[in-house]
Design a protein around this ligand. Structure first.
Ligand SMILES: [Zn+2]
Length: 484
């Protein structure tokens, strides 16, 4: 019994890891497809054959179902669903958020989840709407925390309990919730009530809420972004440190005739071709898929393939240290995602703490790249360089004997001594032709160097085309235009 999480590789605040639940282990980041027992476009067995190690279903639906309640209690959830991986159950909180009430108590749903053999149980938390005022959010959070404490008390610390983090859109409440869930010792923490934010494309608020929770949650907790199912935002969420997602989107979209891709959804009626490598798309034309009698099922299969492939891509990006590049690419699929990405880039200082030291490469993808963690970390390091009385920063790479030290310049990082030429990030960075934004950012590096070495005299030698930016950033520094 019990839940444990172990992180393996990390990139930004994202990580690959292992979530152990009882005797079962799953790889993270992971997607848990949502299974509705009454509506199975794709069966759990088929889903398992696609490499899925865990799924989520709704205990409340089972508890209220004439068809499934007794069977689940007699035979267990794994037999009823014909799935021997990890099964997580939701408590009825979702119904609570939609209908305003449920006919089950906190301990009743937890006993029921235990009795049907669920692997991860969720207490009856209250998902506070993003529209709720502060007083309501605070009151509902107090109830949620009371129920979490009750769950720990009744079932003990080894019970496979999830500790949902609520608090609406109030960052301080989310922080408080993260701290309390950590104090209660929950190793598995869903971030709740974020579906309305995602449905209305409020990705900036989403980033703000998730980062607030991450500030106070123990880094050893496995974080589940509850209800996040669209593949276009998995990279962004992973970069913040979310480890699990659950998708009803594959099935709901299929029912609405929507075809998911990593850069948005399309109406199947609008597609002239199927831009995907999955089995469904390679064996059907767009027209055939549109008129297929089992169109919903085929779309659900495609949607799942796309979603799972994105999870694999994210795991590989974390392994390689290229998650920023993937986030950048994905977040250009929608203007609101781009806003979310920019919000994340505003938090470089806190993200840098968990980012890894060395990566396979740094690929400059425009102005946004100037705010990345690697640059912040590199420029902080500059203050520790040992320098003599006179220092030349040579944009053109030329040495001058009259200086104690000559540094070279690679934007957006800034000045570097030749010993760092081959090391990350100077060596492994792909920088296109210099632009103003990256040179300006590089000059900030020179500024940090100057401020941290008050006894040294600095001179910059650069092509005249960069002189204006150098002067704007560095004031009355001595600039030479001499070419070698
Ligand atoms: Zn496909």
């Amino acid at each position: 019994m019990g839940i444990a999480f172990e992180s393996l590789y990390s990139d930004i605040a994202g990580r690959t890891g292992k979530l152990t639940v009882g005797k079962k282990t799953i790889k993270t980041p992971a997607l848990l497809p949502v299974i509705n027992p009454h509506l199975q476009l794709v069966t759990p067995k088929e889903i398992q054959s696609m490499g899925v190690e865990a799924l989520i279903t709704n205990a409340y639906v089972f508890s209220q179902s004439r068809q499934f309640r007794e069977r689940a209690l007699d035979e267990g959830l794994h037999k009823v669903l014909d799935f021997d991986g990890v099964i997580m159950t939701d408590s009825g909180s979702f119904q609570l958020s939609v209908y305003g009430q449920v006919s089950i108590t906190n301990t009743e749903t937890l006993f029921f989840q235990r009795d049907i053999g669920s692997d991860i149980w969720v207490p009856l938390d209250i998902p506070t709407s993003p529209d709720a005022d502060r007083q309501t959010a605070e009151q509902e959070l107090a109830i949620t925390m009371h129920r979490l404490a009750e769950a720990r008390e009744v079932f003990g610390k080894d019970a496979p309990l999830a500790g949902p983090v609520q608090g609406g859109i109030f960052n301080d409440l989310r922080e408080r919730a993260g701290r309390q869930v950590t104090d209660l010792g929950f190793p598995f923490c869903p971030i709740g009530a974020v579906v309305p934010l995602m449905e209305s494309y409020r990705y900036q608020d989403l980033v703000s809420v998730v980062m607030a929770v991450k500030r106070t949650l123990t880094p050893s907790a496995c974080v589940h972004l509850f209800g996040a199912g669209h593949p276009s935002m998995f990279a962004l969420a992973t970069a913040m440190g979310c480890d699990l997602f659950d998708s009803a989107a594959y099935a709901l979209s299929a029912k609405e005739g929507r075809y998911l891709t990593t850069h948005g959804s399309f109406k199947i009626d609008e597609l002239a071709d199927l831009p995907c490598a999955c089995n469904v798309c390679r064996t059907h034309t767009a027209e055939e898929l549109r008129i297929a009698p089992d169109r919903e099922r085929l779309l659900a299969l495609h949607n799942l393939y796309v979603t799972l492939a994105e999870i694999s891509r994210i795991r590989q990006a974390i392994f390689d240290g290229t998650l920023w590049e993937l986030v950048d690419e994905r977040c250009r699929g929608h203007p609101q995602l781009l806003s979310g990405y920019r919000e994340l880039l505003n938090r470089t200082i806190s993200l840098e703490k968990s980012d890894r030291i060395s990566k396979r490469r740094f690929f400059y993808r425009g102005d946004e790249s100037c705010s990345r963690t690697e640059i912040f970390r590199y420029q902080q390091m500059l203050s520790r360089l040992q320098l003599g009385n006179s220092v030349l920063v040579a944009f053109d790479g030329g040495m001058r004997n009259e200086f104690n030290d000559t540094l070279f310049f690679k934007p957006p990082f800034g000045p570097y001594p030749k010993e760092l030429k081959e090391t990350f990030p100077i060596g492994q960075s792909e920088i296109p032709e210099w632009d103003d934004a990256m040179v300006r950012k590089g000059c900030r590096g020179i500024k940090i160097l100057i401020e941290s070495h008050p006894d040294s005299r600095f001179v910059v030698s650069c092509n005249p085309c960069w002189e204006a930016i150098v002067r704007q950033e560095l004031g009355n520094i001595e600039v030479r235009n001499d070419q070698i």
